[in-house]
Write a protein that binds this ligand. Structure first.
Ligand SMILES: [Fe+2]
Length: 207
């Protein structure tokens, strides 16, 4: 494991979260390119949140609630896109985002259920790293060959700006992505504009 990553995750007192992060970094190339950039810039890798996709949020959350993660009323709903999530928090740890589809026909076109059927729910779908300037970080990653799934969600200087890299491909299907997150005095998960991020999670790398 890269020392910059090690330095960050050894602070977490949560073996389950550490395992998830380690596994994710083994599979996601963009995330490793990001660490290289941070190293070149003599910065720090800060994980803003980690996201799990599953079929049953409450059931998935049980193990994390036991290790000290708490749910404080943060519920994110995207009925038009067919999915919802709860956000779990633990001090000095990455926020944990647990997603599932609506079980009824609202969820029919969401990518989450097919993803979970293919890859299971024991790993992360993405990690989001906290960056100071999302435009600059995106450019630096692109210069090293990392592709993105679309445009940055959130206008410059708004409270939350996010973008996904193009998904890694595993067994012919879109697998994990890296998210860049820029925050401007805001800890929550709603960007100013309606979210287009999930739709972009199925775009895969071109090579
Ligand atoms: Fe995210």
């Amino acid at each position: 494991m890269h020392p910059l990553l090690e330095q960050q995750i050894k602070k977490y007192q949560d073996p389950a979260m550490i395992r998830l992060i380690k596994e994710y970094f083994k599979e996601n190339e963009a995330a490793n390119v990001y660490i290289q950039i941070v190293q070149e810039q003599k910065g720090e890798v800060i994980i803003d949140h980690a996201a799990i996709r599953c079929m049953d949020v409450e059931q998935m959350a049980e193990a994390f609630l036991k290790t000290g993660y708490e749910h404080k009323n943060e519920l994110i709903e995207y009925p038009e896109q067919g999915w919802w999530a709860k956000v779990y928090r633990k001090k000095n740890h990455p926020a944990l985002f647990i997603d599932q589809d609506y079980p009824d026909k609202k969820g029919a076109n969401s990518p989450i259920t097919p993803w979970v059927r293919k890859f299971g729910d024991r790993g992360l779908h993405h990690i989001a790293v906290l960056v100071k300037n999302i435009d600059q970080t995106k450019k630096a990653l692109e210069q090293k060959g990392v592709e993105f799934s679309g445009d940055i969600i959130g206008a410059p200087k708004t409270r939350l700006r996010q973008i996904f890299t193009a998904a890694e491909i595993k067994d012919g299907a879109p697998f994990t992505v890296l998210e860049l997150t820029e925050r401007n005095n805001y800890e929550g998960f709603y960007p100013e504009q309606a979210d287009g991020l999930m739709k972009s999670s199925t775009k895969t790398k071109s090579r």
